[in-house]
Write a protein that binds this ligand. Structure first.
Ligand code: NAP
Length: 309
């Protein structure tokens, strides 16, 4: 069985920064990631608000830069594998990673969030067959075509701006008539030229068997429904926590995000949480990185003080 002083679950910005700080403290650390380091950055076209990049930076480029920073630390191991279980056993925390046990003295959970679903029949079947949560990954399939985007937050508008440059017409479907997104994005989308605002509207049905052929839109002000023939629908209606491995006793808020104190300590001794998975208001790359640094400091103190939480 592999043993580490610290295990960090998830290699998005929070996890990468937590692992970097732990490595620099000299802590023997495992950074556990089920796919590739970068987290949601890998699905983000352009990052405009990360300090130090006044002209913006591509999400994957920032992910590469962040992970490159980890490479020179001999006490840090990147372990590729999915965590399915986390439990306390005496003074240790046991993790099941791709079926194998790993032991750590403390754990920082940085497993991030997944895209919220519409909750409509056929949604899982049509994912990747017209339905998508990533304009950067799938937008080019719809070059010159008509597509829909659902949502009114920063994600929906940012991704719409990217998509509008390649599609013929974009229907931006939002359940209200005022956007939650930053005014900067709203102004830009309104001047895009090929964006049709579908205010006060929701998607009530997805049509198509092997691929999306269209959607039903319901107008919330009148109750009327109409068919919109789009082969691409991009859904950005918020996020949900990704925590299939969490012990039941850990404190979470009513949406399932992990509750921590200001030092990122969760309710189980030796367990910390950082980044989007944490119950908080502001979910940004910089706040994830800040959480990661704070959690690493707190975890290091926990180790130094003989596991005092
Ligand atoms: P969000 O801010 O939670 O917005 C979700 C949007 O989807 C809202 O407009 C919401 O409508 C709508 N919605 C929620 N459930 C729905 C449903 N069942 N049917 C239809 N519409 C639904 O999510 P997000 O845009 O993904 O952003 C998440 C976090 O990441 C935010 O903190 C955001 O600021 C951050 N983020 C930041 C940037 C950036 O700074 N550049 C970029 C992307 C994301 P209502 O408005 O009516 O609630």
């Amino acid at each position: 069985m592999k043993r580490f002083e610290a295990a960090v679950i998830g290699a998005g910005p929070a996890g990468i920064v937590a692992a970097l700080y732990l490595a620099r403290f000299g802590v023997k650390t495992a950074l556990l990631e089920k796919s590739a380091p970068g987290g949601l950055l890998l699905q983000t076209f352009e990052v405009e608000n990360y300090p130090g990049f006044p002209k913006g930076v591509k999400g994957y480029e920032l992910a590469d830069l962040l992970s490159e920073h980890l490479q020179s630390y001999a006490n840090l191991s990147l372990v590729i594998g999915g965590v399915t279980e986390l439990r306390r056993e005496g003074k240790s925390l046991m993790l099941k990673v791709d079926g194998e046990l790993l032991e750590a003295e403390c754990v920082i959970i940085c497993s991030g969030v997944g895209y919220r679903k519409l909750g409509l029949p056929g949604e899982d079947r049509l994912l990747g067959k017209g339905l998508s949560h990533c304009a950067m990954c799938d937008g080019h399939f719809f070059r010159g075509q008509k597509v829909g985007v659902v949502g009114g937050g920063n994600s929906a508008l940012e991704e719409s701006l990217h998509l509008s440059k390649m599609v013929s017409e974009l229907h931006l479907i939002h359940r209200r008539d005022a956007f939650r997104a930053a005014p900067l994005y709203v102004d830009r989308i309104k001047s895009a030229g090929n964006v049709v605002m579908e205010y006060n509207s929701v998607v009530t049905a997805l049509h198509g068997d092997d691929g999306l052929e269209g959607i039903t839109l319901k107008r919330l002000t009148t109750g009327e429904e109409e068919f919109l023939p789009v082969r691409g629908l991009f859904v950005f209606i918020g996020f949900e926590p990704v925590v299939p491995f969490l012990p039941e006793e850990i404190g979470r808020d009513d949406r399932g995000f992990i509750i921590t104190d200001a030092e990122m300590r969760a309710s189980i001794p030796g367990v910390f949480a950082a980044g989007d998975i944490r119950s908080k208001l502001c979910r940004q790359i910089v706040t994830a990185a800040g959480d990661g640094a704070t959690a690493a400091h707190a975890a290091n103190s926990y180790l130094e003080q003989g596991h005092a939480h």
